[in-house]
Design a protein around this ligand. Structure first.
Ligand SMILES: *Cc1c(COP(=O)(O)O)cnc(C)c1O
Length: 354
């Protein structure tokens, strides 16, 4: 607290990201980073950058990255916006389209939505998930204000189908529907093919999870040219160069390596399936995830107890104090080896409870 803070700074309730331990040997399953290293094509793109590319300012519009994304999605570059992580893309969406307006989301979802709502003065309504944590689409059909949903949802991992999303977008033609696809690539259907038909739909993606580039900070939005234009106006009023030259080159190479993407996603999905089966065998509740994490409740003991016992064994997972989910843990899907380490540890912890 400083006497120089403006009022707004004292009233903010900032997002608290998962812990990034420095220099400890831990099994890190707490922030949903990809289990595998990024594509070799990413590493070559980075090492072939010249000093000249760093001496000069980067392309302020990231035009070649936008066309690489457009080509993959069968859209035009005018339908693509890129930013410094999808968090920045979402923050710009809030500034351009949700500021001082009503916004609707669900009660258990990405913790940044309430933070941006507060920062930009939106009135956020959090529609409760059903008891099984599924989204009550009926209750969102006539949303009060713009609708923001993570699909798959976080931290539940449950996804709506494309036709369920289309029903929501079609029922809310005069309201924006923002679908946060941060966990694209791990099994859920994407809403991107609807972009051409619905000018009230925005899909956001991140390269952090799908392409193992959390350290690079690249995200994007797919939307109508007019919506992208609004985002560009915010971006150019904030930071002309949100993506540095390294990030532009690396992320274009990542998106072009479709073979890596298919193979790496499959490793994660297989590892997720073994983690799910192992925990189900121990009697845990495990939601059917379409993301690179699972959401689970222990069969014996408590969520906080298991969290602490894992931590003592240097295995980091994530949990929240929210009353509906205080006994649940979110565990990122690691390599097949890490999944085995986790399952062995959980089994030992349960045995000690007997
Ligand atoms: C991780 C995550 C993001 C942010 O991703 P970045 O591109 O790393 O900023 C956005 N939304 C959800 C639901 C996430 O889980």
């Amino acid at each position: 607290m400083s006497r120089f803070w403006v009022d707004k700074v004292s009233s903010l309730r900032p997002y608290v990201p998962g812990e990034q331990p420095v220099g400890q040997a831990v099994v890190k399953l707490n922030t949903n980073e990809h289990a595998l290293p990024p594509s070799g094509a990413v590493m070559s793109a980075i090492s072939s950058l010249t000093g000249e590319a760093l001496r000069r300012y980067p392309d302020p519009t990231s035009s070649s990255l936008r066309s690489v994304i457009a080509l993959r999605e069968d859209l035009t570059s005018q339908q693509v916006f890129v930013g410094n992580g999808s968090d920045e893309v979402l923050a710009h969406l809030w500034a351009a389209y949700l500021a001082d307006r009503p916004v609707m989301s669900v009660d258990i979802t990405y913790g940044f939505y309430p933070v941006w709502s507060q920062l930009y003065g939106s009135t956020l309504t959090q529609c409760p998930l059903r008891d099984d944590f599924s989204i009550d689409s009926e209750a969102l059909m006539n949303a009060d204000g713009a609708l923001v949903l993570a699909n798959p949802n976080a931290p539940t991992g449950l996804a709506l189908t494309r036709s369920q999303i289309e029903a929501l977008v079609a029922a809310n033609r005069n309201r924006l529907v923002i679908i946060d696809e941060a966990y694209y690539g791990f099994g859920a259907e994407t809403a991107a093919p609807l972009i051409d038909d619905y000018d009230n739909l925005i899909v956001t993606r991140s390269l952090s999870k799908s392409h193992s580039l959390a350290g690079m900070r690249v995200g994007y939005a797919l939307a109508s040219p007019a919506l992208v234009d609004g985002l560009d106006r915010i971006k150019d009023s904030f930071n002309s160069y949100p993506l540095d030259a390294v990030a532009q080159a690396a992320s274009a190479a990542a998106i072009q390596d479709v073979e890596w993407f298919a193979r790496a996603s499959k490793v994660v999905i297989d590892s997720r399936n073994s983690m799910t089966e192992g925990l189900l065998e121990m009697g845990f509740d495990v939601l059917p995830s379409q993301a690179n994490f699972i959401f689970t409740r222990p069969s014996r003991g408590s969520g906080p107890g298991l969290f602490d016992a894992l931590r003592e064994r240097n295995i980091l997972v994530r949990r929240w104090e929210h009353p509906r989910i205080s006994d649940w843990l979110r565990i990122s899907v690691g390599t097949p080896e890490q999944t085995q380490v986790l399952l062995v540890a959980v089994r030992e912890i349960l045995e000690r409870l007997e």
